[in-house]
Design a protein around this ligand. Structure first.
Ligand code: MG
Length: 162
């Protein structure tokens, strides 16, 4: 690695739909609706994966895991993150920390944030205090504010693996 540390950003959004489980950061959240998508539509893990890939200078998840590939139909996004970590490890890199904003008008996620952080930390093999999860409403504005979708923004920093 030419630099002592690297940073990357990831963003994703999925529509809320009836008849789907809501899975955020690998944690199933009790809610009447869930996110629609080809995989399990885990908007948080998708943003985290892109942040890590971006920091590593690798292609994004859309390139690595095409959403028209039957292999990823209803796929557990935890498997996707594990594959991202395998590729990052091949480059001699490890995750230092991840900071996450979940943009969700509903449900309220205050009680779930630490469980989500713990789930992500286990997937990317860092202590739980190196994953920070924030949840924000969109103040009732636009599609996010009308709870038509949930979005996630994530930043990751990588360091040389020891
Ligand atoms: Mg996605």
């Amino acid at each position: 690695m030419k630099t002592p540390w690297r940073v990357g950003i990831g963003y994703d959004i999925h529509r809320l739909a009836e008849g789907r489980p809501l899975i955020l950061g690998g944690v199933e959240i009790a809610y009447g609706r869930g996110l629609s998508g080809h995989s399990d539509a885990d908007v948080v893990l998708h943003a985290v994966a892109d942040a890590i890939l971006g920091a590593a200078g690798l292609p994004d998840i859309g390139d690595l895991f095409p959403d028209d590939d039957p292999a990823y139909k209803d796929a557990d996004s935890g498997g996707l993150v594990r594959e991202v970590m395998r590729r990052v490890g091949e480059l001699g890199l490890a995750v230092n920390n991840v900071d996450i904003i979940i943009h969700a008008e509903s449900p309220k996620l205050a009680a779930d944030k630490s469980r989500i952080a713990g789930s992500i930390a286990a997937l990317i093999k860092v202590p739980a205090d190196q994953v920070n999860v924030k949840a924000k409403t969109n103040e009732g504005v636009g599609p996010l504010g009308h709870a038509q979708a949930i979005a996630c923004t994530a930043v990751a920093s990588l360091v040389a693996a020891v």
